[in-house]
Each structure stands twice: as C-alpha cells, then as structure tokens.
Design a protein around this ligand. Structure first.
Ligand SMILES: C[S@@+](CC[C@H](N)C(=O)[O-])C[C@H]1O[C@@H](n2cnc3c(N)ncnc32)[C@H](O)[C@@H]1O
Length: 224
C-alpha cells in the first residue's frame, strides 16, 4: 500500500475519523445515500440472495440500508473509530480489513457477489491496481464491483506522482478535518488501463458537482 494511503489512514486514526463521523451527523447526505442505494439495488436486480462486501465503509450508511432491505452485507474498515461507528449504527456483520494489505481469503471464507468501494479517493494508481486485483480474487464468477473515482478532468490544479497519479493533499471545505488527506484523481482512460483484463464495464456515468462530473461511477463485471 502507498505511503499516501497509510498517511491518510493515520490521519483518520488520530482524530480525523471522529471529525468525519461528526460531520456526517450534522449533514447526513440522506438523498445521496438513497440514490446510491437505489443504484446498487438496480445493479443487483433486487436479488436479496446476493452477498455483498463493502470496502472502507466509514460511517456505514450504505451497508445499513442494504442490511435493512434484507441483503447479506459485511461492512469493513481499517480504522477502529469507524468500526465502532459501524457497530453503533447497528450493522450486524463487521470486519476489520485493510483491502490493500490483508489477505482477502484470510478474512472472508466465501466469494462475494458484489464488492462496493465507495468514495475512497485516498489511493494512488498502484493502490487502485491492487484493489482491482483483490476484488477480482474476492468475487464469484460474474461478480460485480461498484466503485467510484474522483475525476481528473475537474482537477487541473493536481500534482503528479512519479507513478503517474494525479493528486493533492487537502482539507475538504465541506468536511473539515485538521490534517490534510491524500486525494487522487483519475481519467476514464486511467481506469480502463488499471482494470484491463480483469473487469468489463456494465454501467458507467459521471456525477457530482455543478456539472455532474466530479466522480466516475462504475459497475464492473469480473471477466473470466
Ligand atoms: C472518505 S471515507 C468514505 C467512507 C464511506 N465509504 C463514505 O462514502 O462515506 C474513506 C474510507 O475508506 C477507509 N479506508 C481507506 N483506506 C483503506 C484501506 N486501505 N483499507 C480499508 N479501508 C480503508 C477509511 O478508513 C474511510 O472509512
């Protein structure tokens, strides 16, 4: 895992997660979560027999909605404060799991029908490559990955790491934390290259921001 992901986890561990959780209580983003839930249900064709694992669940809004609707869902995170929050909000299945450094097969004893990695922009290109490989290994045949990435097209100010990742370290105005976090930005072409030979696109769109293009949102199917 990259030093950038490690630093951001360190920031969440040293108070950032508490701030993130408090901010979500002040501004729960209910409409956004309902939209994501509807999107996920749609991709699953409302099939409640599907087994779902969420990577980096944070405050657990999506996992809770899926659980309440009757899906079998495991929420995961690597930060203890988030894991406590997942427990507090009533999620039944929770695992501490670092998707970049823990072995999937040591943590889960089954292949998932759907893995969700939502709003985790703290990954450089090598981290994303690793995430795609972990998800590929963790999914059943024809399993789906729902994932989003911040769009490089709307971040012309970004700097570039030696491995080609566009990024910056910053504090978000709408989710203020004391320390800066690492944010990476990807073009659609970057994503196509990173997932090559592992996944095919089932659905792709842009959303967020004034022009509805802050994020790339993808549903991907594992290729054989
Ligand atoms: C910006 S938060 C998003 C949380 C939630 N998915 C949401 O949309 O609100 C990013 C989350 O990913 C988690 N995370 C970051 N790197 C991780 C890693 N390598 N393994 C597991 N979780 C990670 C963080 O602890 C945090 O909960």
């Amino acid at each position: 895992m990259s030093v950038h992901n490690m630093k951001t986890i360190g920031m969440y561990n040293s108070g950032g997660a508490c701030e993130y959780i408090n901010q979500n209580k002040i501004e729960p983003e209910t409409e956004k979560w309902q939209r994501l839930f509807n999107y996920v249900e749609n991709q699953l064709h409302n099939d409640k027999s599907k087994r779902v694992i969420e990577f980096g669940s944070g405050c657990g809004q999506l996992a809770l909605m899926l659980q309440s609707a009757g899906y079998d869902v495991i929420a995961t995170d690597v930060v203890d404060t988030f894991l406590d929050e997942l427990n507090r909000v009533g999620i039944n299945k929770i695992k501490k799991y670092n998707f970049l450094s823990d072995e999937y097969d040591d943590t889960f004893n089954f292949k998932a029908d759907l893995i969700v990695s939502w709003r985790n922009p703290h990954l450089d290109m090598d981290d994303v490559k690793k995430l795609f490989n972990v998800a590929y290994n963790g999914l059943s045949d024809n399993g789906l990955l729902i994932i989003n990435f911040q769009n490089a097209d709307v971040h012309s100010e970004a700097e570039i790491l030696p491995n080609g990742t566009k990024y910056n370290y910053k504090i978000l105005e709408d989710k203020q934390t004391k320390e800066k976090r690492f944010f990476a930005y990807f073009s659609k072409e970057d994503i196509d290259n990173l997932m090559k030979d592992l996944f095919e696109i089932v659905e792709y769109h842009n959303e967020g921001g004034k022009e509805q293009k802050n994020w790339h949102v993808l549903t991907l199917r594992k290729t054989k």
